[in-house]
Design a binder for this molecule. Structure first.
Ligand code: ADP
Ligand code: DP6
Ligand code: CO
Length: 360
């Protein structure tokens, strides 16, 4: 270690969120976070919905500590602890010559870290903050600790923080393979196609409510697995077929197939939530009205223009075929769901900034 105790070494990273188009809902192992089905997601552009995390290490730190959106939160939970433990076991020597810092591999067992994280979008409101948050935490700590493992191994670590986080280690279209091994070693994320593969798509996020949801994803899916009769049918019969079809649709940039599958899967996910005892209502009236609006438009055109998907919350993720349909979508949204005040205009988060010019 370096001579004095007054040094601090920091790393900052930014990770985008990802939105599942074939959803993960249900675990077969709660501790390791192993899912009951494969899932596929789209990772958003890093300059839109994202987490920024700074991690620091110093001999002056006496405990591991974390601040989320400006407030200290406990790191004692088993998920954070599992990630920290595994990263520490993979840490390597770090040398910063100009600062006179030298950390050896075994020093990491004694050193403590401070983590400061900020989400630029609502936390715990169904916009996958746990995905961006945990992926960013694992990625930034891995950089700080000079962990040399590839993204696939890091995805398995992030998975233990929050299942959906494993998919945020990659851009573009990503599949989380559920795996077969009991120890979870093959439950990892793989990139199906990079961000350039289908860059015509424009994603518009409509924030219906930024309030924290009543039922977290973790407890919601636990209750579903315990009480829903539909979930087994979904996981065993429906999703495996949809995964194959969705891989095909993204590979061929087949928007009608992509849209039909994404909408159907979102609707089935909310149907199993309703089939849970007591039922979980993640969507609100406005969410249902958005679905009707998109369905009517798609039917009127005769072929899908826009796909919708809702995570475990009321907020809509709308994926339009191209910039022209995105501009039309934005016009419709502003007409049918006018923002109540100028501040509410922030409720429309656009996944491709250039579209603002088209729409304006
Ligand atoms: P969401 O739909 O936003 O993913 P979840 O219920 O799945 O909601 O997870 C929310 C939880 O994820 C938060 O209460 C917090 O524990 C964790 N989380 C969110 N953002 C971060 C972050 N940036 N860093 C660490 N943990 C985070
Ligand atoms: C509806 O990954 O948040 O967003 O693994 O318990 O942390 P934990 O749950 P989380 O669940 C995400 C559920 C979902 C669908 C998805 O992202 O695939
Ligand atoms: Co989540």
């Amino acid at each position: 270690m370096a001579a004095g105790k007054n040094w601090v070494l920091t790393v900052t990273a930014q990770t985008p969120t990802n939105i599942a188009v074939i959803k993960y809902w249900g675990k077969r192992d709660e501790d390791l976070i192993l899912p009951i089905n494969d899932s596929i997601s789209v990772t958003l552009d890093p300059d839109h919905l994202c987490t920024t995390t700074s991690v620091a290490v110093s001999p002056a730190f006496t405990h591991d500590r974390m601040w989320l959106n400006g407030k200290e939160v406990p790191l004692s939970g088993v998920r954070y602890q599992n990630c920290l433990k595994e990263l520490r076991s993979l840490a390597n020597d770090v040398e910063e010559e100009e600062k006179g810092i030298k950390i050896s591999k075994k020093d990491w067992e004694k050193l403590h870290v401070h983590i400061v994280s900020y989400n630029n979008f609502p936390t715990a409101a169904g916009l996958a903050s746990s995905a961006a948050g945990l992926a960013c935490l694992v990625f930034s700590l891995a950089k700080l600790m000079n962990v040399k493992e590839d993204n696939s191994r890091l995805s398995a670590i992030a998975r233990q923080g929050s299942g959906s986080a494993c998919r945020s280690l990659y851009g573009g279209f990503v599949k989380w393979i559920m795996g077969k091994e009991e120890n979870g070693s093959d439950s990892i994320a793989v990139q199906l196609a990079d961000e350039k593969h289908w860059d015509d798509l424009v994603i518009i996020i409509v924030v219906v409510s930024s309030r924290q949801k009543e039922t977290s994803s973790t407890s919601g899916m636990r209750e579903t697995v315990e009480t829903s009769a539909l979930i087994q049918h979904r996981a065993k019969e429906v999703v495996p077929k949809r995964i194959i079809q969705m891989e095909e649709a993204t590979k061929n940039r087949d928007f009608p197939a992509f849209s039909r599958l994404a909408c159907a899967d979102s609707n089935q996910f909310h149907a199993v939530c309703l089939d849970t005892l007591p039922p979980i209502f993640y969507m609100k009236d406005t969410s249902h009205r958005i679905i009707s609006c998109v369905e009517k438009w798609n039917r009127f055109e005769g072929t899908p223009q826009v796909a919708y998907t809702f995570d475990a919350g009321p907020n809509a993720v709308l994926i339009s075929h191209n910039r022209k349909t995105a501009a039309q979508l934005l016009q419709r949204l502003l007409f049918y769901f006018p923002p109540q005040s100028e501040a509410d205009l922030n409720s429309y988060v656009i996944g491709d900034k250039s579209i603002l010019q088209d729409a304006g």
